[in-house]
Design a protein. Sequence first.
Length: 201
Amino acid sequence: MSRKGNKVIHLPQGVTVQINPTDVNVNGSGGALVVNYPNDILVITNENGQIRVTPKTKAQTGSIFQGTVYSHLNNAIAGVSTGFKKHLKIVGVGYKAALSGNQLTLAIGFSHPVVFTIPSNLKVVCPTATEIIITGNSKQAVGQFAAQVRAVREPEPYNGKGIMYSDEIIVRKVGKTAEGASGGGGGASAAPKPAAKGAKK
């Protein structure tokens, strides 16, 4: 059985669930979400605000689906109660982001701006021209949109420019020119030339 799936999900204050034959409706202050599950493999119960996901079979498929559905349910309950957030920052001279209605526009060093249409189930704000905060009740939707925005100009390791998560650590690299300058020579040009025959010393 799945170690994660065997845990109990405790319903927070203000969150309700309705267990149907093939899905679970999760409602809270942050909206409503639906989690599907295979009812021929799993049983989902709610006892006094404690949600359990139990496999009907001891086969490996039961354990796999148990852990997956447990994670989806747990994320949905967290999403409608507290929500999810991704914080992106933009680094680079002239790089910036701007909002206009349901569109996010990035000026990120290309000859043209990059425009994203913000999904209806997400909220995007730009506290500054170099910050993007994405929030929503769906962990998958928040993470996917943040990844799409970041992919426009992934952070490069030499100058650290690009779009990155606020808590992301970029492993920096030393450029080739700087490496050669600090290497102390060793090339053919560094060796002294022999004196010409018969030349005066």
